[in-house]
Structures are given as C-alpha cells and as structure tokens.
Design a protein around this ligand. Structure first.
Ligand SMILES: C[S@@+](CC[C@H](N)C(=O)[O-])C[C@H]1O[C@@H](n2cnc3c(N)ncnc32)[C@H](O)[C@@H]1O
Length: 262
C-alpha cells in the first residue's frame, strides 16, 4: 500500500478548500460581490447564532489578533468591526484573495496572507489573541499547529479555537446510521469517514476530539476551558433544531470551543 505523507495530504486539503472556500457552496451570488459577502454572513450567523458570544467578537478592541484559517474573513470582519487589529492567514490563495477583497469593500483594515497553520510565518510572541474556527482539525498535524499557536502568542495572550467534538450526538447517532447506510452500498464506512464528510463528500480530512485529548494537546496553555455548542442544522425541521439546542447542544454538540492563555 502506498503511504500518503502529511505534505501530500496537505496538498489535497489545499486543493479542496481552494476550489470550495468555506460557505461558498450555500451561496449563488457572484463571488466577490457585496451581495455575495452579505449572503455569506447572513447564512453563517443564522446557523451559528451563538457566535458573537462564544467567539468573543467584542472582547479584543485594540488587540493584535491572528485568525488562522480565516476562509472568507467572515469572523475576521466581526473582530475588525469591534476594534481588533486583524491578521488573517489561510492555506488557500482563493480564500485570502476573497477575504482581502471583502475588507476593501467594507473599508476595513486587515492584513491577509497565505500561510500554513503548521508553519506560521510570524515571530515568537507576536499576537495578543489567536483565533481559529473549524480549521485545525483539517490539517494533517494538528498538534504541530497548536504548538505554532502557542509560539506566536504573547505571554498572557488568549486563544479562542473551535474544533470538532468527538463526544457528540453527531458522532453517537451519525456513525452507526452511516455505517448501516454504507452496508446498503457495499461499503464499510466508519467514524473517520463520517467526520470527514461533514465538510463535503470530497473533503480530504476532518478529525474530532474529546475533552481529554484536548487537555493533553493544549497542555502548555493556562486557564484552559471548554464550551460545547452545535449549529442550527438546515436539514432539520424547526422543532428538531429547537430540541437539539435546548437539550443537547451545550454538552453533546459537535463543536467544542477551547479557551486558554499562554
Ligand atoms: C471549514 S473552513 C473554515 C473557515 C473559517 N474559519 C470560517 O469559519 O468560515 C476551513 C479553512 O481552513 C483552512 N485550512 C485548512 N488547513 C489549513 C492549514 N494547514 N493552514 C491554514 N489554513 C488551513 C482551509 O483553507 C479553509 O479555509
């Protein structure tokens, strides 16, 4: 069997997200127009009404904030509107170009560049805040990326990071159902496959973590704490989303927010 190296896998991760920047699959407006960016923003926060508080958009006025995996800059824009000095990096040229264009369209200041989360092009102790939402579980060496977050953060600096949560209804219910569905197609689809396709059938890589694993991976950080949440899911009827949000999202949701300090 031919082994895929991390660099080869990262190249397929790059190609996937460069062709399908995050959120573009839901929007029909022409890429790069104001209508397009506004539709992206509406869609995003309709699905994640918790974002303003859990992502702490208003907490970093005057702080140097790095967003890793900024995608189209949707969250970067919220931080910038609330007075943070934003630097955004993404593995893909297309996302960086669109994020830059978006800031220009809105007359906002922000610096965007392509970069790999596992090898950040910044000096040690550069940022007050490192933010990353739904990104580091798509890179082959997630621990290396977390070590980079620590390196570029100033002493006393803060992290706000979202990764996928293993101990979630999405996994507990989805994996067995997907396994049974796979059998009807003659396939043996398991946990890895189920987590991967959350971001699209062709997404090359997705991973999910338990709190225990995260405690080890983020062990260098102080004041580590977690909050669990879940998206409003477009395929669910209203009543099911309401039930999920009321009873399960805060402990068995698929997203785990990680907070900590250096
Ligand atoms: C699910 S999207 C999230 C985008 C954005 N954070 C958001 O919430 O809209 C994942 C993003 O991670 C980026 N990404 C994946 N691996 C990366 C890496 N090693 N370094 C930097 N960005 C990466 C992809 O290019 C993509 O834009």
């Amino acid at each position: 069997m031919i082994e895929t190296t991390d660099e080869q896998l990262k190249s397929t991760v790059h190609d996937y997200w460069n062709e399908k920047p995050c959120g573009t699959q839901f929007i029909n407006d022409r890429r790069g127009t104001k209508e397009f960016f506004e539709a992206i923003e509406r869609h995003r926060y309709a699905a994640q009404p918790y974002a303003e508080s859990l992502c702490k958009f208003k907490a970093f006025r005057g702080k140097a904030l790095l967003e890793i995996g900024c995608g189209l800059g949707t969250d970067s824009l919220q931080f910038a509107r609330n007075g943070a000095m934003v630097t955004g990096v993404d593995l893909t040229e297309e996302s960086v170009a669109l994020a830059q264009k978006r800031f220009e369209l809105y007359g906002m200041n922000g610096v965007f560049r392509t970069a790999d989360a596992e090898n950040l092009p910044f000096a040690d102790n550069s940022f007050d805040v490192v933010y990353s939402f739904g990104v580091l579980h798509h890179t082959p060496n997630t621990q290396k990326a977390i070590d980079e977050v620590y390196r570029v953060l100033k002493p006393g600096g803060e992290i706000v990071i979202m990764l996928y949560h293993k101990h979630s209804l999405h996994v507990w219910l989805g994996v067995p159902l997907y396994f049974l569905y796979g059998l009807t197609k003659g396939k043996l689809w398991g946990y890895d496959e189920w987590v991967r396709i959350y971001d699209g059938k062709e997404n090359p890589l997705g991973k999910a973590y338990s709190r225990r694993e995260l405690r080890t991976m983020f062990s260098k950080f102080n004041e580590l704490n977690f909050k669990v949440c879940d998206n409003i899911r477009p395929r669910f009827p209203k009543w099911l989303n309401a039930l999920n949000q009321a009873l399960f999202a805060s402990w068995a949701g698929f997203y785990i927010m990680i907070y900590g300090k250096k």
